[in-house]
Structures are given as structure tokens and as C-alpha cells.
Design a binder for this molecule. Structure first.
Ligand code: NDP
Length: 282
């Protein structure tokens, strides 16, 4: 069977080019899409993520406002900053890089973001809107996966879709989005019995488990499409996903690599949300 590697990097670049055009049009109307990026503390991984997001902003022409706050920032100071950014008419998106240092209640901070500027889609109002099919921002990793499937001409409607993982930022919104696209959805988690029996039913399998190379060929059906959300740094410093790519590749009809699969799409969708916000608040 010919295997199709789903090139997330290429598709993300296409999306970013389209966004660049949209930003040019917005700027002709004197609207400069602006993303406020808030980083608290010194978490090294968070610094890398924030820097990648800022680079994407620069490429597309989105203005990024950087708030790099010290580790000892208080919850109250952060909530004040959220209020200030909510009020500012020239700010279209607010991104608070998680995790926040101990002592700051993440839920409280997320809830303080105006849902109209919640480009990460983590606010309870955004999550509620997704679950009842209303308009609102959707978490970027799952929405990026839907875009990846659509742009790779993979039909979701009527397919058996199995999502392994039920986190608020990946698994649950993923299931809701696949449902919205008329897939038949099963969500698995650490208490699922006979996981292999369930995953082997999948036409489309999304692995968001957080365990390196967990999904091997025994977990998949011949010809399935495999979407690997996981990102892990191995001992040899190379990245790998939740799927054992080399073990599965001969059995699948499509698979996302790590790196270069889901990761770049997450950033592209964040940029997309920011441009949409600027368009709607304009
Ligand atoms: P979480 O740790 O929040 O969730 C993991 C989920 O997997 C949980 O629902 C857990 O079940 C389930 N799980 C764990 N072990 C098993 C098992 N043995 N069998 C079945 N289910 C299991 O992770 P996230 O959703 O935040 O992230 C998942 C992965 O994706 C991580 O590797 C993360 O780094 C990566 N990631 C990548 C992004 C990207 O842009 N590419 C963005 C976000 C995350 P239970 O609920 O029962 O505990």
C-alpha cells in the first residue's frame, strides 16, 4: 500500500501565506492585527514556544506585543494585565503561555481573558460554544488537525474516528470537532479497557496520550489514517511522537510525522484565530 505522509509543515506554510494576504488587506484599512503574548517565569520550553509564535507573527505581519514577566509575578498583577489588554482596542488576541508558575491559578487567568480575544480557545465560554455548535475560538491543535485532514482530502464524514486522550486542550475538543464534521467518535483514556480493540476500529486515529511511541502497528487497522499529537524529546535529542512511526508506516494510508506534522499546524491556527479576531473586531 502506498503510504501518504501528511506534511503538516507544508500545509501550515500554505495557511501562513494565505494569512499574509489577509493581513495586507487589513493593513490597507489601517487595521494592524495584534497579538499580546504573555510569558511568566523562566520555563525553557515555554520560551521556545513563545519565540516560535512570535516568529510566525513576524512572517505574517501580525504585530506581537511581548510581556515577559518575572517568576514572582502575582496572580493579581496578571489579572490586572488581562483587564488592561481586554480594554485595549488595538489588541485582537491574548495568549498566556501555560504552564504558569505555582501560586497562580491558571483557570482564573484564562477566565479573565475576553472571549472575543481568546485566540487559544481555552476560555470556558469558547469551549461551551464549541460543544453546542456556536461561533467561538477553538483550541488550535485540534482545529489544526481538522484543517490538516481537509487539506489532505481525507473525508471525516461517516468515518470511525478514535481519539486517545481526553485533555481539555486536545482530546475533548478534538472529539467535538470530529463530531461536527460528522465522524463517528470514540474517546479513549487511561481507564479504557482493551484499548487495542478500540483503536483497531479506527479509520482515523488521533493519538494525544503523552507517551512516546505508545501506538504501534498492533493498535491500528490496515489503511487507517494516523494523526500523532505527541511531542517528546528522546535521549538522542531527536523528537518523536505518541506513535511509533517506523513500526506503523507500512500499515497506514496516511500518517503525520513528528516533527513536521501537527506541531506547525497548531501555530498556523493560532495565527488564523488572531487574524479572524482582527477582522471581526474591525
Ligand atoms: P495530557 O497529559 O493532558 O492527556 C493525556 C491523555 O492521555 C489523558 O486523557 C490520559 O487519560 C490519556 N492516557 C494516558 N495514558 C494512557 C494509556 N495508557 N492509555 C490510554 N490513554 C492514556 O496531554 P495533552 O492532551 O496535553 O497532550 C498530549 C500530547 O500531545 C503530549 O505529548 C503533548 O506534549 C502533546 N501536545 C502537542 C501539541 C502540538 O502542538 N503538537 C499541543 C498540545 C499537546 P486520563 O484522562 O484517564 O488520565
Amino acid at each position: 500500500m502506498e503510504t501518504k505522509i501528511i506534511d503538516g509543515k507544508k500545509i501550515a506554510n500554505e495557511i501562513k501565506k494565505e494569512l499574509k494576504e489577509k493581513v495586507i488587506k487589513l493593513k490597507e484599512k489601517n487595521i494592524i492585527p495584534t497579538l499580546a503574548v504573555v510569558l511568566v517565569g523562566k520555563d525553557e520550553a515555554s520560551k521556545v514556544y513563545v519565540s516560535n509564535k512570535k516568529k510566525a507573527c513576524d512572517y505574517i505581519g501580525i504585530r506581537s506585543l511581548s510581556y515577559e514577566l518575572p517568576e514572582d509575578t502575582t496572580e493579581e498583577q496578571l489579572l490586572d494585565l488581562m483587564n488592561e489588554l481586554n480594554e485595549r482596542e488595538d489588541v485582537h488576541g491574548i495568549l498566556v503561555q501555560l504552564p504558569l508558575p505555582n501560586g497562580i491559578n491558571e483557570e482564573k487567568v484564562i477566565q479573565a481573558i475576553d472571549p472575543k480575544k481568546d485566540v487559544d480557545g481555552f476560555h470556558p465560554q469558547s469551549v461551551g460554544a464549541l460543544s453546542i455548535g456556536h461561533k467561538g475560538f477553538v483550541s488550535c491543535t485540534p482545529s489544526g488537525i481538522i484543517e490538516l485532514l481537509k487539506r489532505s482530502n481525507i473525508t471525516i464524514e461517516g468515518k470511525e474516528c478514535v481519539v486517545v486522550g481526553r485533555s481539555n486542550i486536545v482530546g475533548k475538543p478534538m472529539a467535538l470537532l470530529l463530531l461536527r464534521e460528522n465522524g463517528t467518535i470514540t474517546v479513549c483514556h487511561s481507564r479504557t479497557k482493551d484499548l487495542k480493540e478500540v483503536t483497531k476500529r479506527a479509520d482515523i486515529l488521533v493519538a494525544a496520550i503523552g507517551k512516546p511511541k505508545f501506538i504501534t502497528k498492533e493498535y491500528i487497522k490496515e489503511g487507517a489514517v494516523i494523526i500523532d499529537v505527541g511531542i517528546h524529546r528522546q535521549e538522542n535529542k531527536k523528537l518523536c511522537g505518541d506513535v511509533d512511526f517506523d513500526d506503523c508506516i507500512d500499515k497506514v494510508s496516511g500518517i503525520t510525522p513528528v516533527p513536521g506534522g501537527v506541531g506547525p499546524m497548531t501555530i498556523a491556527m493560532l495565527m488564523n484565530n488572531c487574524v479572524e479576531s482582527a477582522e471581526s473586531l474591525a
